[in-house]
Structure formats: C-alpha cells, structure tokens
Design a protein around this ligand. Structure first.
Ligand SMILES: [Fe+2]
Ligand SMILES: [Fe+2]
Length: 265
C-alpha cells in the first residue's frame, strides 16, 4: 500500500517536473541524458546540412537549388540553437564541428549510407530521413528541459517547409511508373536508416526519459506514429513499406507496415 502511494507520488512529481534553466538541472543523471539527446540532435542537424549540400548538385531547377540551399542554412541554424545549449553545459562546440567523422555519420553510423547520387536519392533523403529526424523533435517540444523544448518549437516551424517539399517532390515523381518502381526499389535502404533514428524501443534510457519527462512516449511509439504520418503519402504515391522479414532490424511490435491501396493521380 505504502509503495503504491510512493509510486503515485513519483508519477505526480514527474508530470509536474519542469527544468527552466541549466541551473535547475537536478542531478548528474538528468544532465547526462539532456546532453545525450542534444548531442544526437546537433549531430543530425549538421549532418542534414551536409547531405543537403550533396542534394543541391542534383536539384533539377535553379528554384530547387535555391530552396535546398535555404534548407541547408536552416539546418545549420538549428545546429547553432542546440549548440548554444550544449555550450552552456560545457561542451566545446568548435571542436564538435571540426570533428567531421563524428558529425557526418549521425544517421546510421556510416556516412556512406547518406550518399546522394541523383534527385531521387535527394527526394528520399528529404521525405524519409529529414522527416523522421524532425518527427523525433516533436517529442522534445513537450519535454521537461525547457531550453530544449523552446529551441525545438522554433526548429519545428522551419521543418514544416522541408516536410512539404519532400512530399510534393515524391508525389510528382511517383506519377511516372518507372520512377515509382525505382523509388520503391530504393525504399528499404532509406526506411532502415529512418528507423535507426528512433533508436531501440523499451531501453533503460527510454524508461529514464519517460520518468523524468524528457520524452512522453517510448521510441517504439514514436516510430509507429511517424509511419502513421507518412502512410497517407505512401498510399497517394502508390508506394508500400518493406515487409518486416526483409528488414535487417528488430522493429517494435506496434509499428504497422500496411499501406492501403492508394489512388495514384
Ligand atoms: Fe533541422
Ligand atoms: Fe530539415
């Protein structure tokens, strides 16, 4: 009975927990986890900017090149926003940027996975990877560390534009059956990389983040929600998710890989 009451108290305390500034960080465990989350995000922001650099080469029109260049600058701004918070906690951000290996491989651990060979790759990077990374940030806007939540609210506004562009390009490309078939053929590779962004479900790190309010959902639930968000676009494009058995990953059980049969315009 007593321990149940203690559990309830713990739950209420967690729900009420808001850390307004770095000086309110309660202990080392919280500080380490905030730094881990920001480190992952900052690495992806700068890596996204670098991959967009490759995308510019393949953009078919000058308007597309201008748009991608703008996205690239925005990603670097996102990096600066998070970098400032990391610097406040003692991280040497100049060394962080200079460490190319560290920054460049933040999506799957292997920079070669993010090679952009043509506009199809560029569109898939934008539609799948940039979007998955952004989806993850929605969690942080509700998190208990207010400086990170506030920075991500600003970031998410700009990411809306990146998301719409990826979607429009993909839909346009999929009108051509041969291009659609090629996109489908390449889809599994990008899909696997996107699932790695969400990380493994049900880990002690996830449980800790939920307990101290740094996340509101387990990684498995976030990955499932992300797929729900792109499912209508997949249907409209006439694309399908890869089958579970084809994937070299342990997908959380709540992830739904069905796509209703779409109408391709
Ligand atoms: Fe970003
Ligand atoms: Fe982006």
């Amino acid at each position: 009975m007593l321990s149940e009451r203690a559990d309830d108290w713990q739950k209420e305390w967690t729900m009420a927990m808001v850390i307004r500034t770095k000086d309110e960080i309660p202990d080392d465990a919280y500080r380490t986890m905030v730094l881990t989350l920001m480190d992952k995000q900052a690495g992806r922001e700068v890596a996204t900017a670098e991959v967009f650099g490759q995308c510019v080469l393949h953009a078919p029109t000058v308007e597309d090149k201008i748009r991608i260049t703008r996205f690239q600058a925005e990603e670097l701004k996102h990096f600066q926003l998070i970098g400032r918070l990391m610097r406040d906690l003692g991280v040497d951000m100049d060394a962080y940027v200079q460490n190319r290996q560290k920054a460049g491989a933040r999506f799957t651990g292997d920079e070669a996975d993010m090679q952009i060979r043509d506009w199809i790759d560029a569109t898939m990077f934008n539609f799948v990877i940039d979007r998955a990374a952004t989806f993850q940030l929605g969690e942080y806007t509700k998190g208990s560390y207010l400086p990170l939540a506030d920075a991500n609210r600003i970031i998410l506004k700009e990411e809306e534009g990146h998301k719409s562009f990826g979607e429009v390009c993909l839909e346009e490309m999929c009108r051509d059956p041969a291009t659609r078939a090629e996109i489908q053929r390449r889809f599994a590779k990008w899909f696997v990389a996107s699932m790695r962004i969400f990380g493994r479900a049900g880990t002690p790190g996830n449980a800790y983040c939920l307990r101290v309010g740094l996340k509101t959902r387990d990684s498995g639930d976030v990955a499932a929600a992300y797929l729900d968000s792109i499912r209508p676009v997949m249907a409209a494009c006439g694309l399908r998710f890869p089958a579970r058995a084809e994937l070299p990953l342990d997908l959380p059980p709540q992830v739904d890989l069905d796509v209703p049969v779409g109408v391709v315009s």
